[in-house]
Design a protein around this ligand. Structure first.
Ligand code: HDE
Length: 727
């Protein structure tokens, strides 16, 4: 039976959940409908009127119930976020497995017995609130930790650097990337003249747009991307010593992306793809997890690097500054209602807790101003009183009044100091926040920049050098797509030439594709520096992790039930989500008489929604061979580099469809060790058992091979060998 309540959110009781309960009401048949001021409503559907014999007549302004219903509705929109408008969020918790007390006094980073409640909002940057999830864009990764000492917000992204170095450039940058002013085009993408004009004009953006053109900007799932605080913060320990720090979250499931054609299609086919993916995983109990790490530089080493460590367009290469993983963040509860939680949640980089402090990073300094300011216009002066934003620890001060003040503070004074000594401040020993007493030298007032900030290309090269060949190929394709969408010759010609500061081959490929002038020499020597942790392949586990992977089973009447149920249970044992796609959602009958109710019918779904496909044998193959959707499904999955497995009669269907010509696909019933499988696993007869206890690259069994290929995410060799360009 469909429940009135969307989801059962009682699973993980925590401090924030208890706090929100005070403001949470539930729909119920026993609670009769009332107006907002409490009177019971007898007719919510018809406006009060004076009618003639035909029951026609004017509506009466007098109807306070109808009037208030409409007027309340007229005002229910608030301004969307000026950037990061499109997003989704979830609750969770943060736990330490190692104390960082050597570098900070912050309880949330030192007390290993604590579980800190968390709210995390993911977002895209460019598009408006209703735009598609899978566009090419940076993803926001904003974490609110409701710590016992107050809220700590890490307002991060899934890319470790940013476009600009100085906050004062932010309005120009955002104007340039957002839809153009004369026609409000394009939505949810940077593929337009103004964005690339801005990038060309600001060489400091070079490193970041390399990342934005990489696969990082088209994640497969919010659950499969890293989160970075980006800016440099400080940690202060009990001895008053300061370390500069960067915060990093790395996902348990690895870092994976969509392929571009898939991302484009999903944007239309299921614009909520990432939202649903996150909710679905949490609802099914597969809670996404990230390791939380610190990169630390002692204060006295601030100037020991060839880049400025306060420059947000630079990473701290792991070889120079290793990541120390100390905790884990888990998301385990979906929101109850989107607006009061995900929309009204508001983050501020300035919200830190004792033991953590800022740095002179000029981007951070500006952000510390901007976030609080934007919440004032988006939510009003009492935004921190909203249930989702208020801390779980006690809070009290002399701030009063303002629109929509809810809190009622008893007492006769609202100032400090007062004759009652009410609400005194805390000493540092009592936990009061004190800024790090950084020595400030007498300086000169002026709009100066550190010399090292002027170097803009070394790390853009390092990023590109560190990518695998396939990732480099994708970068070239991404630039080609973006600049192809620019119709101003000046923009695409200058930009494709600019790429020669990174790599001549890249610049030549892009110039050719987009109609630029092919550059003949590199604009900067590339010394070949690389760093780990930049390529997504660095996060690919040796373990065959297929948990939460969406696997489609294509069936029709007459399918082989043994193969269907055997594969379903072995994949589900490994944590995959199996979906059955059939000709209709009414039950489909197997050859042996069993009935299965499909999750979807063919026209209702697309291959793009799944990570892999399996087709059991049986006499349904004749019908599938005539089913255009099923046939295109196979072709498209192959082009999107996804594993495909088939048994019995499905072998011929798959082979015909992917039209591999001379290339052989693996056949688990034959000797496949000499055959390149391209991630297509087929066998003429069912395996002796549908079990997969030990899976690795050398596994020979049918389910094992399929699981291994799914765990590799995509079969890149198809693309490298030019086999995938069929659609
Ligand atoms: Fe933001 N950014 N930003 N940003 N940002 C906003 O604040 C801003 C920057 C990021 O889910 C706004 O509440 C300035 C870097 C995320 O609610 C605004 C500068 C990083 C979110 C704002 C930056 C981010 C925002 C708009 C340059 C990665 C969504 C709505 C100095 C570390 C938070 C809002 C959410 C949102 C300002 C640069 C991440 C206007 C001035 C760098 C994840 O205040």
């Amino acid at each position: 039976m469909t429940s009135l309540l969307k989801s059962d959110n009682t699973r993980s009781a925590d401090g924030k959940l208890a706090d929100l309960k005070k403001d949470t009401v539930e729909l119920s048949k026993d609670q009769h409908m009332t107006t907002d001021y409490g009177i019971k409503i007898s007719d919510p559907d018809h406006w009060l009127r004076v009618v003639n014999d035909h029951h026609n007549g004017p509506s009466l302004l007098e109807d306070q119930i109808a009037r208030e219903k409409i007027m309340r509705f007229d005002h229910e929109r608030i301004p969307e976020r000026v950037v990061h408008a499109r997003g989704t969020g979830a609750f969770g918790s943060f736990k330490l497995f190692e104390s960082a007390e050597d570098v900070t006094t912050a309880g949330v980073l030192t007390d290993t017995s604590r579980t800190t409640p968390v709210f995390l909002r993911f977002s895209t940057v460019q598009g408006s609130k209703g735009s598609a999830d899978t566009v090419r864009d940076v993803r926001g990764f904003a974490v609110k930790m409701y710590t016992s000492e107050g809220n700590w917000d890490i307002v991060g992204n899934n890319i470790p650097v940013f476009f600009i170095q100085d906050a004062m450039k932010f309005p120009d940058f955002v104007h340039a990337v957002k839809p153009e002013p004369h026609n409000e085009i394009p939505q949810g993408q940077s593929a337009h003249n103004n964005f690339w004009d801005f990038e060309y004009m600001h060489t400091e953006t070079t490193h970041m747009y390399q990342w934005a053109m990489s696969d990082r900007a088209i994640p497969r799932s919010y659950r499969m991307m890293q989160g970075f605080g980006v800016n440099t913060f400080s940690l202060i320990n009990a001895q008053g010593k300061r370390h500069f720090v960067k915060f990093i979250f790395t996902p348990e499931l690895g870092v994976h992306s969509l392929v571009w054609d898939e991302a484009l299609k999903i944007a239309g086919q299921d614009p909520d793809f990432h939202r649903k993916d996150l909710m679905d995983a949490i609802d099914k109990g597969h809670f996404p997890k990230w390791k939380f790490g610190l990169q630390l530089i002692p204060e006295e080493k601030q100037h020991d690097f060839e880049f400025d460590i306060l420059d947000a367009t630079k990473v701290w290469p792991e070889e120079l500054v290793p990541i120390r993983y100390i905790g884990e963040l888990e998301l385990n509860r979906n929101v109850d209602e989107f607006f009061p939680q995900t929309e009204q949640v508001a983050f501020c980089t300035s919200h830190i807790v004792p033991g953590i402090d800022f740095s002179d990073d000029p981007l951070l300094q500006g952000r510390n101003f901007s976030y609080f300011d934007t919440q004032l216009s988006r939510l009003g002066v009492n935004w921190q009183e909203l249930p989702i934003n208020r801390p779980v620890c006690p809070f009290m001060n002399m701030n009063r009044d303002g629109a929509m003040r809810h809190r009622i503070t008893k007492g006769t004074v609202n100032y400090w100091p007062n004759r009652f000594e009410a609400n005194p401040p805390s000493s540092v020993a009592q936990g009061g926040f004190a800024s790090y007493p950084e020595k400030q030298h007498q300086g000169v007032k002026g709009r100066y920049f550190s010399e090292k900030f002027k170097e803009h290309f070394n790390q853009a090269q390092m990023f590109y050098n560190s990518l695998s060949n396939i990732e480099k190929l994708h970068v070239a394709k991404a630039y080609s797509f973006e600049l192809d969408h620019c119709d101003d010759e000046l923009v695409y010609k200058r930009m494709s030439e600019r790429l020669a500061v990174i790599d001549l081959g890249l610049a030549q490929t892009v110039a050719k594709n987009v109609g630029g002038d092919t550059p003949t020499k590199a604009l900067k020597e590339n010394k070949g520096h690389k760093a780990k942790g930049l390529s997504q392949f660095d996060f690919l586990s040796d373990k065959p992790i297929i948990a939460t992977r969406r696997i489609a089973f294509l069936i029709g009447n007459g399918f082989d039930y043994a193969a269907y149920s055997g594969m379903k249970s072995v994949l589900e044992e490994h944590g995959a989500f199996v979906f059955t796609i059939g000709p209709h959602r009414q039950p489909v009958e197997a050859e042996s008489g069993e009935k299965v109710t499909p999750d979807h019918h063919f026209p209702g779904m697309r291959s793009t929604m799944f990570d892999a496909t399996f087709i059991p044998g049986g006499n349904h193959i004749a019908a599938l061979s005539k089913n255009g959707v099923a046939k295109y499904w196979i072709t498209e999955s192959f082009a999107h580099l996804k594993p495909i497995a088939g048994l019995g009669g499905a072998v011929d269907l798959i082979r015909q469809q992917i039209n591999l010509g001379e290339v052989k696909v693996a056949d688990a019933s034959t000797d496949h060790t000499t055959t390149e499988s391209y991630g297509v696993i087929t066998a003429r007869s069912n395996p002796a058992s549908f079990q997969a206890d030990h899976v690795d690259a050398n596994s020979k069994g049918f389910p094992e091979q399929f699981i291994w290929h799914v765990s590799r995410h995509r079969n890149w060799k198809r693309e490298l060998d030019g086999l995938a360009d069929q659609i």
